[in-house]
Design a protein around this ligand. Structure first.
Ligand SMILES: Nc1ncnc2c1ncn2[C@@H]1O[C@H](COP(=O)(O)OP(=O)(O)OP(=O)(O)O)[C@@H](O)[C@H]1O
Ligand SMILES: [Mg+2]
Length: 402
């Protein structure tokens, strides 16, 4: 046993590694070179440039689909701005906050506390009235003559949780600030987010707006090449691989993150196999692995009731039910609940959960009319056999369904 493990490790070290620097392909890596975003970089740069003379730049709302470079471009421009400002004797302070982070942006209190802490103030995690935390943050901003640029990434998530009042308060701060000014860059991939904002908030957040459009396949190829160049050793990527990753990601919605993930995982598949060249078939393998991981993650994060419904469907299918219908599911579901200590929901709620699983793409529910007997839904599974096996294993081993 020990010997074979030693061998695995030894092989790994000796293996002619295809990667030169895999970090460069990770989503969190911040590239210096962002092909096909020159226009956006210039536009954002011009909007923010007044801060270099101590004038308040407009607030900006940056939006567009996922993986279109919104975060990458904003961080790139802001870090350059901070650098240039420092060399010119003006202080521009950038605060970046991703509102998706739990325990940071789920209440106005937490958000303000986090912002105040970023500026070096001490705020207890709870206990003060929100007005007072606001005051602490206000004073921290006002402390020095400077421009504070607040990047609120995935801002729609914060607004969904807490409403848009905090945005109103933040944009109004400037009326009382004397030494310093604060500007907000809000970023969102929810294209209808803006419509639901209070009109006053909308107009102050959107003093400027920037829409990032999806990349096409050719643009994705350039992006991949720029990142792959130093990530892989020279010559290890076979012809057609980059093109394939780009084409697959373009089909989805021009998502650079998807394209990069495909290329990185293809490399990992190749490496695990001990091959020396990344081929197109590794991209196919990467695609199924990524899809599988994604679906498993969805299953894992479902509420337990929804998992119980899914488990009931899988049970029925296992027992040869080709034409699984809503009514059958309910009776199995009640048994599953009894076995796992859950209080069964009404049939109506179970129908809702089935509809949700359908939306998630795990099952396909087709409504069929049974004439005067009303309507029912026939369920088929929306995922392939190997993924199904993994889902079952996950529900058994991590969530103890039986
Ligand atoms: N033009 C580009 N050149 C190089 N890499 C890019 C480019 N655009 C995006 N990327 C990379 O693609 C990934 C996704 O980009 P980014 O995180 O900026 O997307 P986003 O628009 O913020 O998406 P989301 O809405 O999901 O947050 C990141 O790893 C980023 O570095
Ligand atoms: Mg982003």
């Amino acid at each position: 046993m020990q010997l074979s493990l030693d061998n695995i490790f030894k092989n790994y070290i000796q293996k002619d590694d295809i990667f030169q620097n895999k970090e460069l392909l990770l989503t969190k890596y911040r590239p210096e070179n962002l092909p096909h975003r020159e226009k956006e970089i210039k536009t954002l740069g011009s909007i923010l440039a007044p801060s270099l003379r101590g004038e308040k730049p407009s607030n900006v709302f940056v939006y567009g689909k996922t993986g279109t470079g919104k975060t990458a471009v904003t961080q790139y421009v802001c870090s350059k701005l901070e650098e240039v400002a420092m060399n010119n004797g003006h202080e521009v302070r950038i605060i970046y906050l991703n509102c998706k982070m739990r325990k940071v942006a789920d209440t106005e209190y937490r958000l303000l506390a986090k912002l105040a802490r970023e500026l070096g103030r001490d705020v207890p995690p709870t206990g003060l009235p929100t007005d007072q935390v606001y005051e602490i943050f206000f004073e921290a901003v006002e402390d020095k003559k400077r421009m504070v640029i607040l990047i609120l990434d995935e801002i729609d998530i914060m607004v969904e949780k807490t409403g848009d009042n905090f945005l109103y308060n933040l944009t109004r701060m400037n009326e009382d600030l004397e030494n310093s000014k604060i500007s907000i860059i809000g970023i969102s991939n929810n294209l209808s987010f803006k419509e639901n904002l209070d009109p006053r908030v909308r107009s102050s957040l959107s003093e400027e707006e920037m829409l990032f459009s999806p990349y096409n396949a050719l643009q994705l190829q350039d992006i991949l090449k720029s990142r792959a160049e130093k990530a892989f050793k020279p010559g290890v990527i076979a012809e057609g691989v980059i093109e394939k990753c780009a084409a697959l990601a373009a089909q989805e919605h021009g998502d650079a993150r998807r394209a990069l993930d495909l290329l990185r995982v293809a490399g990992e598949m190749c490496e695990r196999e001990g091959s020396k060249r990344v081929e197109e078939r590794h991209v196919d393998m990467a695609e199924s692995k990524i899809d599988m991981d994604r679906i498993l993650e969805v299953v894992r994060t479902q509420p337990r009731q929804s998992q119980a419904v899914l488990w009931s469907i899988l049970k029925l299918k296992e027992n040869g039910g080709n034409e699984v219908q809503t009514g059958d599911i309910f009776s199995v579901y009640e048994k599953v609940c009894r076995n796992s200590g859950l209080a069964p929901l009404t049939q109506r709620r179970v129908s809702d959960l089935i509809a949700e699983l359908d939306l998630l793409g795990i099952i396909n529910a087709r409504v069929i009319s049974k004439g005067r007997y009303g309507r029912t839904r026939t369920i088929t599974l929306g995922v392939s056999e190997p993924i199904l096996e993994k889902i079952k294993n996950t529900l058994v081993s991590e969530f103890y369904f039986e």
